[in-house]
Design a protein around this ligand. Structure first.
Ligand code: HEM
Length: 239
């Protein structure tokens, strides 16, 4: 149920009318003309939120505050309790917990899986880069140690390769909405406070004046997140 709803929300919010409805109330009024895609997205979204809230309630009934957390929700609830005692909850609220849990799936799953797939594809195109990554990992990590996030600072070549992948692959072709908090002058253009803007990474990351040079021709399946074509399977199906 959770996966189906998540899949539906991802598909529905990627439709042009939902995208526009997020920008302005005026577009929301047009939703019914385009099959109520935005309305459906909101309804499915509410179901996911309700599911996560129910999951949090279940955790609260069975949690052992004194021992190792079973998962992220437990760890968050334990932190809330610790902060409550010090009267220092700050942003640690159940609402935040719900959204953070949601983020793992909605923001973190497909993005991370697609990045890994694209990375594999690119190092096949560039075997010399693959060799250097291998060499660095052999030298720094070796065969005994299990790699963790804290090793990243000791792996500058791998880190640079991953950052370069993010630049060239443009896995999110359409960025998320942002709002301008104060009047901004950009060259000859004034962007007034309150304007909704959608910055495009590609305009900078693939500006030929900044990054000259050829890139491999890789086909992508478009969607909310671009997936390199040889990989048909996805964490969240799109079709
Ligand atoms: C390689 C994997 C990922 C990619 C390519 C990616 C991509 C992006 C992009 C392009 C944005 C918009 C940034 C902007 O404001 O300009 C974004 C925002 C965000 N991402 Fe990710 N993301 C990834 C992993 C994750 C993970 C693992 C999480 C959480 C578990 C996450 C949570 C979020 C959240 C909460 C925002 C909104 C931040 C805000 O409020 O401004 N992302 N991500």
């Amino acid at each position: 149920m959770f996966k189906e709803n998540l899949d539906a929300v991802t598909r529905l919010v990627g439709t042009p009318i939902s995208f526009l409805a997020e920008i302005s109330l005026q577009f929301k009024k047009l939703d019914s003309l385009f099959g109520n895609k935005y309305k459906q997205a909101v309804e499915k979204n509410d179901k996911i939120i309700a599911y996560l809230q129910n999951e949090i309630s279940r955790h609260k009934q069975t949690i052992d505050y004194e021992n190792e957390p079973r998962d992220f929700i437990d760890a968050y609830l334990q932190e809330m309790k610790r902060r409550e005692k010090m009267n220092n909850l700050e942003e640690f609220t159940e609402k935040q917990l719900t959204i953070a849990a949601y983020d793992f799936f909605a923001a973190g799953l497909d993005t991370t899986a697609t990045t890994c797939r694209a990375f594999i594809l690119y190092i096949l195109y560039y075997p010399e880069v693959q060799s250097k990554i291998h060499e660095e990992m052999d030298n720094i990590i070796g065969k005994e140690h299990i790699i963790t996030t804290s090793d990243q600072v000791r792996l500058p070549y791998l880190t640079a390769a991953m950052q370069e992948l993010q630049r060239v692959a443009v896995l999110m072709p359409m960025n998320i909405h942002h709002i301008v908090l104060e009047d901004v002058q950009m060259g000859k253009n004034k962007v007034p406070k309150g304007t909704i803007v959608i910055p495009q990474f590609q305009s900078v990351h693939q500006d030929p004046d900044i990054y000259p040079g050829k890139m491999p021709t890789i086909k992508y399946t478009t969607g909310l997140i671009r997936a390199p074509e040889p990989f048909k399977c996805r964490a969240i199906p799109r079709n």
